[in-house]
Design a protein around this ligand. Sequence first.
Ligand code: NI
Length: 170
Amino acid sequence: MNILEILKEPDPILRKKSAPVKQVDREIKKLMNNMLDTMYAAPGIGLAAVQVGILKRVVVIDISKEANKNEPICLVNPEIIWKSDILEKKQEGCLSIPDYFADIKRSNACHVQYIDEHGKEKLLKAEGLLATCIQHEIDHCNGILFIDYLSKLKKSFILKKLVKAKKNQK
Ligand code: NI
């Protein structure tokens, strides 16, 4: 098991845009495995490479609910090629924004094109929680956090709390 440190907001790296992966090689596979270990240990249902300080478009997700039965999805260079016009509010959290949750409006379904852990091109038709999760993680690859969708006032409130929490850690 290889558990990596998860960066917490505010951290300038979380605001950077991740670069596309050229090839799913041994290094990328190792990164995916380490990200899965880190996500399960947290615990969380999604993690983008930028959250562990690696600016590459790699995302891992597992929304399976059954205990002891993991169903990980690894997405390299994920790209949303279709999004439903129907928006739904769902509660979101983020491993980079500990102990804070908010209702965020997103498309309730999307189709995502990506490269899997074997280097194969795939198309995933997602709805519900999986669609939310994919949109949230792709946002990470573009330097966007879910608190960016909140009002200025709410965002500055949570940012102040995050800064304080970081200071107390030191
Ligand atoms: Ni997140």
